[in-house]
Design a protein around this ligand. Structure first.
Ligand code: GDP
Ligand code: MG
Length: 206
């Protein structure tokens, strides 16, 4: 009988201050939304468990604590990321223009082994505002940017209305899963070996 594998995936959420990073995470993990603006404080990350195929996946989603204003997120923030979600506000052009910087900054700081295939995802948030009449970045413009930066998946979201939030994070989890770390693969390899020769009890993960 196959052992149920547990996989931990680190996801980091980047983008200009105020675009809704914390709100998207809160909506996804706690199903809550607040219009009150609070600079993010507290935990470095939140976790959520989801089932993908035969795998139980723990998503560890890292939020910034407001330091994104100064683009000075520490090395620990980037280290070991399996996926990077880039968020902008469809009503604020500057936040879209910043995607380029966040993309570059991530590649510089996290220096993934293969920058061309590292999984990113872009979220255009706050599509609910004024029923879309105040948006300044079209879906096509965003999709074009994503296409020219390595076919990054693109979602339009509203943390307020819980629109596309689950869908976006599910795609994040799936792309992160496809890019698991060597270390995790090695660890799983050991698990497989011990399961195969039945030398250990099924509950042992060592
Ligand atoms: P962060 O700085 O990127 O973490 O942004 P926050 O999550 O703190 O959100 C900034 C402000 O935008 C807050 O007042 C939120 O309530 C608001 N906000 C976030 N997402 C949405 C959304 O999808 N729609 C609307 N209308 N407001 C949002
Ligand atoms: Mg925040």
């Amino acid at each position: 009988m196959a052992t149920r594998r547990r996989t931990l995936l680190k996801v980091i959420v980047l983008g200009d201050s105020g675009v809704g990073k914390t709100s998207l995470m809160n909506q996804y993990v706690h199903k809550k939304f607040s219009l009150q603006y609070k600079a993010t404080i507290g935990a470095d990350f939140v976790t959520k468990e989801i089932q993908i195929g035969d795998k139980l996946v723990t998503l560890q989603i890292w939020d910034t604590a407001g330091q994104e204003r100064f683009q000075s997120l520490g090395a620990a923030f980037y280290r070991g990321a399996d996926c990077c979600a880039l968020v902008y506000d469809v009503n604020v052009l500057k936040s879209f223009d910043s995607l380029e910087n966040w993309h570059e900054e991530f590649l510089k700081q996290a220096s993934p082994s293969d920058p061309k295939t590292f999984p990113f995802i872009v979220l255009g948030n706050k599509v609910d505002i004024d029923g879309g009449s105040s948006r300044v970045v079209s879906e096509k413009k965003a999709a074009d940017w994503c296409a020219s930066n390595g076919n990054i998946p693109y979602f339009e979201t509203s943390a307020k209305q819980d629109y596309n939030v689950d869908e976006a994070f599910l795609t994040i989890a799936k792309t992160a899963l496809a890019n698991e770390h060597d270390q995790d693969l090695y660890f799983q390899g050991i698990q497989d070996a011990s399961t195969e020769n039945e030398a250990k009890g099924s509950g042992c993960a060592c």
